[in-house]
Design a protein around this ligand. Structure first.
Ligand SMILES: Cc1cc2nc3c(=O)[nH]c(=O)nc-3n(C[C@H](O)[C@H](O)[C@H](O)COP(=O)(O)OP(=O)(O)OC[C@H]3O[C@@H](n4cnc5c(N)ncnc54)[C@H](O)[C@@H]3O)c2cc1C
Length: 424
């Protein structure tokens, strides 16, 4: 056995250990083979739904052994959830659903030869490929903010060690300090989440550091759910949260990590803790494989989620140009199911119907005050367009908001079981 195979087998999870020993997996040996790159929300869902059809061999490539959900990570920052409660292993996908899981990163895609090159070894072959690598950051756009700076001024926009770092900083911050959140330009992962973060950190400050303030330096002039947030901030946290739109500051231009300061066009703000959320683009493998256009995101067919730039490769989740669909876990999951059925149809001739696409998000303003939205989408003229929309309103009763917060917790359990293959 070579070093590579030993390492690979060590990286295979659960049931995959029994089934897959050969590192080079050839095509055309029976059932069609689909490789899914990325075991986050979109990738895990596609893999699970394809594998459950029982007619396709599914291999999931993901460098991490566990996934920490970004959704609910703002509750963790406020001390309301543990990180362990947001962490999911991929074993169930292997053990219960028969997916081969390879713990590695895809470093190159060969669309003509239908192959994926892994960081740790030779090529895997596929009949269809699904790419779901989430987001990457445009580090160059804020002067002085790079991966090293993110270890001091965390973005915490990919949950895990970054979230832990930000939580530690908030806990050790002196009362009376200023917590600066730099909110990114559109489009970005989870449009209401920077403002949910401000709300929940304010809840934490109100209990433990009541003289502290939160300053949001926004790259935009309006934001998702603005009325609902501003109403909640005045009810729950009067005088604690200040939001400065781009038109007042010219938005963040640079950071000075040593001085812990954030520089806008006209002013420098000192931060006790700085949370810099940079502009975003598709996960890096998307760019490397020629799946992105000039926007930095991946254009796809809104019915099959097949790339319009690389036939035979599908993309789902935050990486895509999703039209009216926001970059959310719910959207990624909904796209992934539509994509799984389209991929199956192309490989096995199973019927394929135009997808019903959904998004529903729960956003916390305080532990027992949450709002929700629910949207349906359809493909129209090659784009994903909103068909119907519901959103909570300012002035709803406290009881309605408490119920929504309660529903959010139920949604979290059911949703993560759907994605990671748990539940009964
Ligand atoms: C603070 C916050 C709060 C949020 N709250 C909500 C919410 O309440 N509701 C909601 O619906 N959404 C929410 N979201 C958004 C949600 O987390 C994302 O939209 C969702 O995770 C996107 O899924 P994805 O599959 O595209 O990416 P991810 O879930 O990030 O998965 C991408 C995966 O690809 C892997 N990967 C990347 N490159 C490679 C490679 N080359 N090879 C192999 N694997 C690779 C990564 O390791 C990762 O596991 C929130 C986000 C944030 C930041």
């Amino acid at each position: 056995m070579t070093d590579w195979t030993r390492r690979q087998i060590g990286g295979l999870v659960g049931g995959a250990l029994l089934g897959v020993a050969a590192p080079h997996i050839a095509r055309g040996q029976g059932r069609p083979r689909v490789i899914v790159i990325g075991g986050g929300i979109g990738g895990a869902t596609v893999a699970r739904y394809l594998a459950d059809l029982k007619s396709i061999d599914v291999t999931l490539v993901e460098p991490n052994s566990t996934h920490v959900t970004c959704f609910f990570s703002n509750l963790y920052l406020a001390g309301l959830r543990s990180l362990a409660s947001l962490t999911f292993g991929l074993e169930t996908l292997a053990e219960r659903h028969g997916i081969t899981i390879i713990r590695d990163s895809a470093v190159a895609i060969d669309p003509a030869g239908k192959g994926v090159e892994l960081q740790g070894g030779p090529k895997l072959s596929y009949d269809r490929l699904v790419v779901a690598p989430g987001i990457a950051f445009k580090f160059g756009e804020i002067g002085g903010y790079d991966e090293a700076a993110a270890k001091i001024m965390p973005h915490a926009w990919i949950a895990g060690p970054q979230s832990e770092l930000l939580r530690r900083q908030l806990k050790s911050m002196d009362d009376g300090g200023v917590f600066v959140i730099a909110a990114p330009p559109n489009p970005f992962r989870c449009p209401p989440a920077p403002y949910e973060r401000a709300s929940l950190v304010a809840y934490y400050f109100k209990q433990f550091k009541p003289k502290s303030k939160i300053l949001i330096l926004d790259a935009k002039d309006t934001f998702s759910g603005q009325e609902l947030f501003q109403d909640a901030w005045s009810r729950h946290y009067p005088g604690m949260i200040e939001w400065l739109p781009s038109q007042f500051t010219g938005a963040i231009k640079a950071v000075d990590v040593a001085a812990r300061s954030v520089v806008t066009e006209g002013e420098t703000f000192r931060a006790a803790v700085a949370n810099i959320i940079p502009a975003q683009k598709a996960g890096l493998i998307g760019e490397k494989a020629g799946l992105t256009d000039a926007s930095g995101w991946c254009p796809v067919d809104p019915v099959t989620f097949e790339s319009t730039l690389q036939p035979g490769i599908h993309v789902v989740g935050d990486s895509i140009i999703g039209g009216d669909m926001p970059k959310s876990a719910f959207s990624a999951n909904s796209q992934a199911k539509a994509c799984a059925f389209a991929v199956a149809a192309s490989l096995t001739g199973s019927p394929h119907f135009p997808p019903h696409l959904f998004n529903s998000c729960y956003t916390f303003l305080a532990p027992d005050d949450a709002f929700t939205n629910a949207l349906t989408f359809a493909s129209e003229g090659g784009k994903i367009k909103t068909v119907k929309m519901f959103i909570s309103k300012v002035g709803e009763s406290a009881e309605a908001r408490r119920r929504t917060a309660h529903h959010a917790v139920g949604w979290y359990s059911a949703f993560t079981a759907d994605v990671f293959g748990g539940g009964s």
